[in-house]
Design a protein around this ligand. Structure first.
Ligand SMILES: [Zn+2]
Length: 179
């Protein structure tokens, strides 16, 4: 997808007009909490965390909320990024295991009213697109019309000194946008 244009004109949220990137998208606007961008910048651009291995994929659940637009699409907010130890992490694959799903349950309990609006994972240098395994994760676990896949290439982010992100939403026909 083309480079995300992230405006900071909404209080506490970065606004991403998804319909600028995908011709056919069930989600019109994604509002990402500035806290999440701060966290991602700290983690993946400033690289101040010595504890994470930048060469394997990282995963997270995205919690927030959604609303219907007048045209029948969705706007979503992403308020919480629940980073997890994914069970099978490798350079090009990620799977959420039982410990991850338990952490999600706890996060939902801690944030009453929050909904699962998608998932996040990193690609260590291989670019912004959904692999066959990624598509399986989306179609199996995050297949509601208001759910997205948020992707970050951490190696390219580090190299370019800015977040390199993609947001993948569903189309009208239930397929997920890709590339
Ligand atoms: Zn992937």
């Amino acid at each position: 997808m083309k480079k995300l244009n992230i405006c900071n004109d909404q209080f506490n949220y970065h606004k991403i007009q998804l319909s600028e990137y995908w011709r056919d998208t069930l989600i019109e606007v994604v509002y990402v909490s500035t806290k999440i961008f701060d966290l991602l910048n700290e983690y993946y651009v400033n690289d101040s965390h010595a504890t994470h291995d930048p060469h394997i994929e990282h995963g997270a659940f995205l919690l927030g909320d959604y609303s219907r637009t007048e045209s029948g699409q969705y706007d979503i907010t992403i308020d919480h990024l629940i980073l997890v130890e994914a069970e099978e992490q490798s350079i090009t694959n990620i799977q959420f295991g039982s410990a991850a799903w338990l952490k999600l349950d706890n996060a939902l309990e801690d944030n009453p009213g929050s909904k699962i609006v998608g998932w996040f994972h990193t690609h260590p240098g291989h670019g912004i697109f959904l692999s066959r395994d990624d598509l399986n994760v989306s179609y199996t676990y995050f297949n509601k019309p208001y759910q997205i896949a948020l992707l970050l290439d951490n190696q390219i982010s580090l190299k370019n000194n800015q977040l390199e992100l993609g947001i993948f939403s569903f189309k009208e026909n239930g397929e997920i946008n890709n590339y």
